[in-house]
Design a protein around this ligand. Sequence first.
Ligand code: SF4
Length: 502
Amino acid sequence: MSLRPVPAPSVPEATARVARAAFRKSCLAMRIRDELGPLFEDEQFASAFPRRGGPAWSPGQLAMVSVLQFAEGLTDRQAADAVSGRIDVKYMLGLELEDPGFDFSVLSEFRDRLIAHGLEELVLDRLLERVGELGLVRAGGRQRTDSTHVLAQVRTLNRMEFVGETLRAALEMLAVAAPGWLRQVAAPEWFERYGKRIDSFRFPKGAGARRQWALTVGHDGFALLQALYEPHAPGWLRELEAVQVLRNAWVQQYHRDGEGVRWREGKDLPPGRLRLSSPYDTDTRYSIKRGAGWDGYKVHFTETCEPDAPHLITHVVTTDATVPDAQVTEPVHAGLARRGLPPDIHLVDSGYTSAALLVSAARQGIELMGPVFADTTAQGRAGDGLDQDAFSVDWPARAVTCPRGRMSVSWSAQRKASGTEIVRVHFAKTDCDACPVRAACTSAANHKDGRSLTLLNQPQQQALDQRRESACPASPVAGTVCRASGRVISSRALVPSSKAGP
Ligand code: SF4
């Protein structure tokens, strides 16, 4: 499809007259046109289209349709029907009343084209530019980020279904690509075993029989892969996507030893972020959050959240389902900075915070407001005043004073294998042995050692301490919102740590 850019059309007179008669108080689609104007020009998408071929539907108008589609939660079919049948949408796009619109498949092709040419953020960028011109969004203020599940459009499969369906998908593709070759290598029982979708198959009863079935599938898969990698097999068959998926899946799910095919178990399986979970969507991953498992992705939305202004999405990032929220915090800040929209306060839940992130955000002038992880040490859980917060740290003197007034006797700056800087602090065995609260303070075995503490580096430890010591009395755990007042706890409400050094 080629692009012949045309300027965004004005609203035809007949379309405007009928639309205003139908919606006397206007409506969302008409307000978008009236308030924001024609947001997108075809020329902005020119790099995604070749110069030759049949004319494409206006990408500027498809981008407008995509915005409305998101706002109203429409499927591609519903969005295409809205273009051909809704007068308010014709008004928004500046179409004649008789305009037939487009086939719904045009929308997914448009999205694929944007992704293939790195233009997936263009629509949001242009939208933010326009609302910025109208003064509806600006740098500073408050924004918040949260994530939600995105279900992959594939059925969730258990392991047996997954391996069976993966082998079946490879056989199906080979049957189309090289039927003669497949007839020569396929065992007769494969036609019965993999002739129907695996989810229509009744698995054998009993754990032993099921395990044997899975091993049979593993054996069949290895036999097919071996045939594919024989020197005389056509090399291009190995390049087929379903064959590559089969190969990767078999590496992940099986191994072979002197006794034959083995089913990988427990730690022998790859981590969730690497493990395929569907032969039909190799990017989807399985994850569990708050007890709910899903196959797919996570989308992280950032939006403005000023009480007296419209809430506008300022950043979107999609990851596979296994990526922890904390890995997204810095990319969100970088994305907001690129758009010239860094917030003063960024509200998040505990998944997006860490001591390191509090510090890195502060260096960019952003106050990352969210609960930090709780002190999960035995002393922290006991709550009898001997947790880490009860110790006073004198950073310049490189010393710590315990709740009983004893000074630490060693201070050692170290770096963990992960690269995290820490400080290990010890108290004297003689001090702790003589202490009446020793049993509650330290579990050092056999009274061989005194109490020890592990601190983060100074900026991170102080940021963590400060967040935990929120001055809001109704929110003892510290967090984004005071549970009593419903207000966000700002840095001004946070008291400086009495233990912190200068
Ligand atoms: S056990 Fe040691 S570190 Fe703990 S309060 Fe007593 S003297 Fe201080």
